[in-house]
Design a protein around this ligand. Structure first.
Ligand code: SAM
Ligand code: F3S
Length: 448
């Protein structure tokens, strides 16, 4: 019987991508199949996130649960990967000596060898080095289920925002070669993928080498992805405002397959805070980009990340953020209170703002953006939306469910023959707000 691997993924979509590649890798090397039940697994892998303190705390509580499984089955192998592994290395074993393998985001391709080493030598294996972009040369072709897929096109980040651990845990920016990215997407499309999300911590900083040594920009890459047979919709995340140049804005005029929904994090609307965060742009610079983007694609919806309570954020700074939110009219946000990350410059700053004030500000901001989300969903009523049909609905007989360009789920009456295809539907009602996967649900009644 095939051995089983259970992978717990914490954090960002890049980790989701890495986890599915770990499963592909162990499937190829050891014939392992992925299970979603840790009780029946032979190998347990935790793909960790260290972006905020809370995320990091999850690692040891999760490992504590796995320790009990290992006490019952000593042959169970436990591995820790991702950004916490990269940052902590072998010291993870000081708190959790039962961990067998520790690997970073850039060494996950060595998992099969690490597994063998662990079995042969019976000692823990630690490899959290940064062997450049070697990892992609050793990963098998991705296997997909469904019609949407993520593709990692670059790794790491060289922006060094003062609050962020990513440049230390994932290393500096490295782009995958152009040919490799295109080949991977063509392979996915041949397996039925219709929507791709290009991934990178600073994805629009992509500078992929062509085989002749010339460099492909992110905007050029988008054109080539749009030309791949079968690909009908393109998304990407996460982009940085500094690299959101005119060529990328022009892509929104030239490439209809680019989804009218972009995640462009600003973090704060205050120039004082932006400078302290080392974002290297002002709120006005950001707004100028947004206005150009809206001119190129008038129906575009924009989302952002915000950090509330950056050290010494004043009432005026917070008001500046709220004013920017009003001006941009965001559709959605991922917003968190600043978390001190060891080793980052911002962790050294003293702070005069109390926790209660920060919590209040976060609530105000979230409520404001939630109102926008609701309004923008209601505004869809009566409009025609292009929906990628993902599956037959298990909630309503005779219905299918798919996603609109703005990420809302859409239900409408149709049969399974539409799965994997795009359909233009008129939206008749909005229902079950926030009920499914955090997205709002949009409903198309049979009569329409
Ligand atoms: N490339 C993106 C950009 O242009 O900002 C950022 C990607 S970062 C991995 C994801 C998000 O995590 C950031 O946008 C930020 O809001 C959040 N984040 C990072 N460090 C944080 C910290 N120390 N405290 C709170 N949130 C943090
Ligand atoms: Fe982090 Fe700033 Fe890069 S938020 S991932 S250092 S753009």
């Amino acid at each position: 019987m095939s051995k089983k691997v259970y992978i717990e993924t914490q954090g960002c979509q890049m980790n989701e991508y890495d986890s599915s590649r770990m499963a592909d890798l162990l499937g190829d090397s050891h014939g392992m199949v992925r299970t979603f039940n840790p009780e029946e697994a032979d190998v347990l892998l935790m793909n960790t996130c260290s972006i905020r303190e809370k995320a990091q705390e999850k690692v040891f509580s999760g490992l504590g649960r796995w320790r009990k499984l290992k006490a019952k089955r000593p042959e169970l192998i436990i591995g820790v990967g991702g950004c916490v592994a990269s940052q902590e290395g072998d010291s993870i074993r000081k708190r959790a000596p039962y961990v067998d393998m520790i690997f970073g985001p850039q060494t996950l391709h060595r998992l099969p060898q690490m597994l063998e080493q662990r079995k042969t030598n019976k000692i823990a294996v630690v490899d959290v080095s940064f062997p450049d972009i070697e990892k992609f040369d050793f990963l098998p072709e991705p296997k997909v289920e469904g019609h949407k897929a993520y593709i990692s096109i670059m790794e790491g980040c060289s922006k060094y925002c003062s609050f962020c651990v990513v440049p230390y845990t994932r290393g500096e920016e490295v782009s995958r070669p152009f040919d490799d990215v295109i080949a991977e997407i063509a392979h996915l499309a041949s397996q039925g993928v219709r929507e791709v999300t290009l991934l990178g911590q600073n994805v629009n900083g992509y500078r992929g080498p062509h085989h002749d040594g010339s460099i492909c920009s992110f905007a050029e890459l988008l054109k080539h992805v749009a030309d791949i047979d079968g690909i009908g919709r393109i998304r990407y995340t996460t982009s940085h405002p500094l690299e959101f140049g005119d060529d990328l804005i022009a892509a929104y005029t030239d490439i209809p397959k680019l989804a009218s929904h972009v995640h462009l994090p600003v973090q704060s609307g205050s120039d004082v805070v932006l400078a302290a965060m080392k974002r290297n742009h002002t709120a006005a610079d950001y707004l100028a980009r947004i206005h150009k983007l809206k001119a190129a694609r008038p129906d575009i919806l924009i989302s952002s990340d915000f950090i509330i309570g950056f050290p010494n954020e004043s009432d005026d700074d917070f008001m500046a953020t709220m004013n920017l939110i009003a001006e941009v009219d965001y559709d959605h946000s991922f917003s968190f209170i600043f978390s001190k990350r060891p080793g980052t410059p911002a962790a050294e700053l003293t702070d005069s703002i109390d926790e209660e004030t920060k919590k209040q500000r976060l609530l105000i901001l979230k409520e404001r953006i939630k109102q926008n989300t609701l309004r923008k969903t209601s505004d869809m009523i009566g409009t025609t939306q292009r929906v990628l049909v993902e599956k037959v609905s298990d909630r309503e007989a005779g219905y299918v469910v798919g996603s609109a360009e703005n990420t809302r789920l859409v239900f409408f009456p149709a049969d399974a023959s539409l799965v994997g295809r795009f359909a233009d539907v008129v939206i008749s009602a909005v229902a079950n707000v926030n009920a499914v996967r955090g997205n709002q649900v949009v409903w198309v009644e049979p009569a329409v």
